[in-house]
Structures are given as structure tokens and as C-alpha cells.
Design a protein around this ligand. Structure first.
Ligand SMILES: Cc1cc2nc3c(=O)[nH]c(=O)nc-3n(C[C@H](O)[C@H](O)[C@H](O)COP(=O)(O)OP(=O)(O)OC[C@H]3O[C@@H](n4cnc5c(N)ncnc54)[C@H](O)[C@@H]3O)c2cc1C
Length: 404
């Protein structure tokens, strides 16, 4: 007989969004199941794990889960810039440790975690609304009945696709990365590398993790470029171009590959009895395609709103709406502005990138971080757009402020 379970809330996907949703919901006193298809949380790493110390502190992620960064280096074919900070504001996460910590938080709050459960279908009631999911578990077919489902399955968006609400992302980033041991590493300095040689629509990176370990990767925008990021990464590592050369001998430890949506905030994220969060909702900063902090932040909001709705006995779209209102208010306009900068960056030639780095050089560390985080509202972007002596700088920041 098929295995059957009954929960108030089922969360599909044990990534940062799912674990955070399960944590907030269980903490609010409802019965939560968190379903993950892999053998363990973060068994496969699909991310470079860069995020921001301010957010890490807000989330309570422990200090031994990340390597702090205070120097931000950029290179283009014929230009280089390093923006240095007095204190570290960025970080490279130990992804497994951090994601497992998030899942542990959910477990300690009372959520049941089911591993090796691959969700492949939904259960609907007579009205066609979702009331659970089905999948294959360690012992065969498995069914979970629930009042609300949170789709935190990431890029594949398994649940909302099975409901027929969405189709595959059309615009997305594909990234390949080697975690390697390197001879010479400055553990507080990251590198972003731009221009055709590195990536025709995207960028390459070196992100240090401490102990002479770095993640070297290449991200390519699809469908803008048909370059295979894995192939390009191998070429860059073999020919040791740019700052990769400075790392000396490289000994690969692990390979990572992943896809991230880049279709803007195009999806509805609440339906009757269903919430989408994290990559399944397309919640990523398009400038550098980072989504971890949004996944955690809005995962918690999703868990809170879902659990409140369940407690009130009303779980339709209207009851779940506060979740969508919350995240749209927080990031929609920033993401839209960042999308404009991304459109500009995707079209730049090598020579134009060289000039763009001259603009980036004009920023101090705080302005740079606000810019790259798409936190435009918090910085003095208006001042830069209005008063900066260089026309090119004014043009870039006018773009952010929505002017031509
Ligand atoms: C190459 C690359 C580099 C990146 N670098 C950064 C970065 O430096 N910083 C940053 O902030 N963001 C980065 N991102 C984006 C970031 O990884 C995502 O935004 C973030 O992981 C989203 O979290 P999530 O929980 O929504 O999805 P995921 O992290 O993808 O988690 C989804 C989980 O659901 C599970 N799952 C999927 N389908 C099913 C199913 N059918 N049944 C059960 N479980 C299922 C998966 O196994 C996985 O554990 C990068 C992305 C890529 C591709």
C-alpha cells in the first residue's frame, strides 16, 4: 500500500527557501512536512554562495558558516578595479553547512523532514485546488495531504508546473563552477571577470572560502548566448587567464552546476492553497543573479503567512495574498531597476566593459555594495545621477532611477 501522511503544510524542496518556510511555519505551531528529493540537505551544491554579512546576521546564521570578503576586484579585458572596504560586508557561504543549519532550525521548531522524497504530482480537490502532493519515497509511492503547499523546489518549480500554472523559465542563467584548492589565495578578496573571453552574456568569478579554497565559475545568460559554461570554465582554467593565473596550481575538489531564473518577477506567487517562493518564484537579483538572501527572507514570510492562514481556516488566494504583497513591496522596484542595468551589461562589448569599469571605480565601497545588491533606494544614487562630474556615471545612475 502507498505510504500516506497528513500535515497542515507541506513544503516541497529543502533548499534555503523551503527550510526557511518550514522553520517559520513550524515555529508558529502548525504541523509541517519538509520534502527533499536528495539523500541529504544540500547533497548537491548548485550555487556559489555569495551573500551579505548584514543579512547573515539578520538570519542568525552562525559565524563558522561563511568566509568574510572586504575587497571587490573586477577585471575586463583591459581594465581592472579594486574597491576596498574597511570592514567585510560580503561573504562566501559554506553552502552545505549553512543550508543544513537552516534545515536544522526547521527541525528544531518541530518540522518533520523527509529525505529521498521526489515529488512528481499534485492532489487536487473537486474545485481543482491543490490539497497535497504525490511522489516517490525511499519505500515507493508516497502521498502527503495538506491544507497548504509551498513550492520551494527551485528552478524546476515542480509543484506549480504540475498544477499547470507555469511553464519552463525562458530566460535564465546557467552556471558551472569548480571548488578548488589553490596555491595563492587572498581570502578576503573576490574577483568578477567580464568581457567576451570570460562569458559572452554574464561573468566569471573567483570566490574564496578560506583555507586556500576558492570557487572558480562561469555564468552564461540564456538564451542570449549558446556558450556552454562548463566548457568555457575548463578553457579558462586550462589557459589560466587573468586573475586565475595568480592562483597558481589548482587542485579540483568538487564540481557545481546550476540554473537560475532570470525572467524578472513574472510569476504570480499565490494561488488557492499554494505559495511559490525562492527560485520557483523567480526571486533573484538580476545584476549578479543572487537569490539566497531572498529565498531565506521570503521563505520565512511564506511560512508565517501560510501558518496564519491555516490557523484561521481560510487558505485561498486572498488569505495568502499578504505574502505576495510583502515581497513585492520589498523588492519589486529594485529588481525592475536592476533588470535595466543587466540589460545594459548583457550588450556590452569588451571596449565598453573597459569603460564601464571606469564608472564602477567612481563608487566607494558602500555605494558599490548597494549597487551590486540592487539596494538602490538606500544609497545616494540620486546624488550620483544628478551631480557626478562624469556624464557616463550620471547616465548609469539615471538608468537606475528610471530616466533615459
Ligand atoms: C551557478 C549558480 C551560482 C549562484 N550563485 C549565487 C550566489 O553566489 N549567491 C546567491 O545569493 N545566489 C546564487 N545563486 C542563486 C541561488 O542558488 C538561488 O537563488 C537559491 O538557491 C534559491 O533557493 P531555493 O531554495 O529557492 O532553491 P534551491 O536552492 O534550488 O533548492 C531547491 C531544493 O528543492 C529540491 N527539489 C527540487 N525538486 C524537487 C522535487 N521534485 N521533490 C523534492 N525536492 C525537490 C532540490 O533538491 C533542492 O534541494 C546561484 C545560482 C546558480 C545556478
Amino acid at each position: 500500500m502507498d505510504e500516506e501522511h497528513h500535515y497542515d503544510l507541506v513544503v516541497v524542496g529543502g533548499g534555503p527557501a523551503g527550510s526557511s518556510a518550514a522553520f517559520a511555519a513550524a515555529k508558529n505551531g502548525i504541523k509541517v512536512a519538509l520534502l527533499e528529493k536528495e539523500n541529504s540537505i544540500a547533497e548537491t551544491v548548485r550555487t556559489s554562495g555569495v551573500t551579505w554579512i548584514k543579512n547573515i546576521k539578520e538570519f542568525g546564521i552562525p559565524d563558522d558558516c561563511f568566509n568574510p570578503i572586504k575587497n571587490f576586484s573586477f577585471c575586463s579585458p583591459n581594465n581592472e578595479v579594486m574597491i576596498s572596504d574597511s570592514v567585510p560586508r560580503a561573504a562566501v557561504l559554506d553552502v552545505r553547512k549553512s543550508y543544513r543549519w537552516l534545515a536544522q532550525q526547521a527541525k528544531e521548531s518541530g518540522a518533520d523532514i523527509f529525505l529521498k522524497v521526489n515529488v512528481n504530482n499534485v492532489i487536487k480537490n473537486e474545485e481543482g485546488d491543490i490539497v497535497g502532493v504525490r511522489g516517490i519515497g525511499p519505500n515507493g509511492k508516497i502521498t502527503f495531504h495538506s491544507k497548504v503547499v509551498i513550492d520551494a523546489s527551485g528552478f524546476p518549480s515542480t509543484v506549480c508546473k504540475a498544477m499547470g500554472f507555469v511553464s519552463q523559465w525562458k530566460r535564465f542563467g546557467a552556471g558551472a563552477e569548480y571548488e578548488v584548492k589553490a596555491e595563492n589565495v587572498k581570502s578576503d578578496t573576490w574577483w568578477l571577470m567580464v568581457g567576451q573571453q570570460y562569458s559572452p552574456a554574464g561573468y566569471a568569478w573567483i570566490f574564496p572560502l578560506g583555507n586556500n579554497i576558492v570557487r572558480i565559475g562561469v555564468g552564461v545568460g540564456k538564451p542570449e548566448s549558446d556558450v556552454d559554461p562548463t566548457q568555457r570554465l575548463k578553457e579558462l582554467m586550462d589557459s589560466k587567464v587573468g586573475p586565475i593565473k595568480k592562483l597558481g596550481k589548482l587542485t579540483p575538489i568538487e564540481f557545481h552546476y546550476g540554473l537560475i531564473p532570470n525572467d524578472g518577477l513574472s510569476r504570480d506567487t499565490v494561488f488557492n492553497n499554494l505559495i511559490l517562493v525562492g527560485d520557483s518564484a523567480g526571486q533573484a537579483n538580476p545584476l549578479v543573479l543572487e537569490g539566497i538572501r531572498y529565498a531565506i527572507k521570503f521563505g520565512r514570510v511564506a511560512g508565517k503567512v501560510a501558518s496564519e492562514a491555516i490557523k484561521s481556516g481560510k487558505t485561498d488566494k486572498d488569505a495568502l495574498k499578504p505574502y505576495e504583497e510583502n515581497w513585492r513591496k520589498a523588492i519589486e522596484s529594485k529588481i525592475n531597476s536592476a533588470g535595466k542595468v543587466q540589460d545594459r551589461w548583457i550588450g556590452l562589448s569588451d571596449e565598453e566593459w573597459d569603460k564601464e569599469l571606469d564608472i564602477i571605480k567612481e563608487l566607494n565601497s558602500e555605494e558599490f555594495i548597494d549597487f551590486i545588491k540592487a539596494e538602490f533606494g538606500l544609497s545616494n544614487m540620486v546624488k550620483l545621477a544628478t551631480h557626478h562630474p562624469k556624464l557616463a556615471v550620471r547616465q548609469l545612475f539615471n538608468l537606475v532611477k528610471g530616466k533615459k
